[in-house]
Design a protein around this ligand. Structure first.
Ligand SMILES: Nc1ncnc2c1ncn2[C@@H]1O[C@H](COP(=O)(O)OP(=O)(O)O)[C@@H](O)[C@H]1O
Ligand SMILES: [Mg+2]
Length: 196
């Protein structure tokens, strides 16, 4: 399965999502993460610590791809229409992460319009959801559902342990922190939805 993580807005957890889905998919079969982020997020992450799957840049991806069952592609922010077209053509699923705020949701709606035009298979993932009593996660989910858009049942909570994982260069399930398993269950839930 080839999955691409893409969004028009930066800071919506594209790289963290790509990295944790690769961690989950590796438990199922050999997985390659292609780091197409201009910030080289996943490659930096793996240089700091260690990741349980193979990470490659786009140049090496072409020769490596046939060796892997699952491929997750992280992309730079705001692909143009032509880039989005090749993204949509070249993968089985486009995941569009969005935080539950008005600016990110507006950017998501723009991207969804183009993905529809391209007849892409896509699903929206709510990320960095603030804890209750904040209602933005619930409200955003309702708005996306009312618009009849495909959305993962699982949402990703805002948890500081994700930043610790980045510092340590490991996936969140390898961090020694009381919240590590709560954080991991979010992405494991998304992974299960993808494979089911
Ligand atoms: N669930 C989360 N909880 C808390 N912080 C998060 C979460 N997901 C991402 N972040 C933080 O948000 C920032 C942006 O994440 P990143 O994956 O780099 O986004 P993008 O690739 O879309 O720019 C990073 O500092 C990251 O640590
Ligand atoms: Mg990124």
């Amino acid at each position: 399965m080839i999955i691409t993580v893409a969004a028009f807005k930066g800071g919506v957890a594209k790289s963290i999502t790509a990295l944790h889905l690769a961690t989950y998919l590796q438990t199922n079969a050999d997985t390659l993460l292609v780091d197409g982020d201009l910030n080289r997020s996943a490659l930096d992450w793996s240089n700091r610590g260690s990741l349980p799957f193979k990470v490659a840049d786009q140049d090496d991806a072409v020769s490596l791809a046939p060796l892997y069952e699952h491929i997750v592609i992280d992309t730079p922010t705001k692909p143009n229409f032509e880039e989005l077209k090749s993204i949509a053509k070249g993968c089985d699923l486009v995941i569009v992460p969005t935080t539950p705020d008005a600016i990110a949701l507006a950017a998501t709606m723009q991207m969804v319009e183009l993905l529809r035009e391209l007849k892409a298979n896509y699903r929206i993932l709510l990320t960095i959801i603030p804890p209750i009593p904040n209602k933005s996660g619930k409200e955003a989910r309702l708005a996306l559902k009312n618009a009849k858009l495909p959305i993962f049942k699982t949402g990703i909570k805002r948890l500081a342990v994700f930043q610790r994982a980045a510092l340590e260069g490991v996936p969140v399930n390898a961090v020694n922190d009381p919240k590590a398993q709560v954080a991991w269950r979010c992405y494991a839930g998304v992974g299960k939805e993808i494979l089911s």
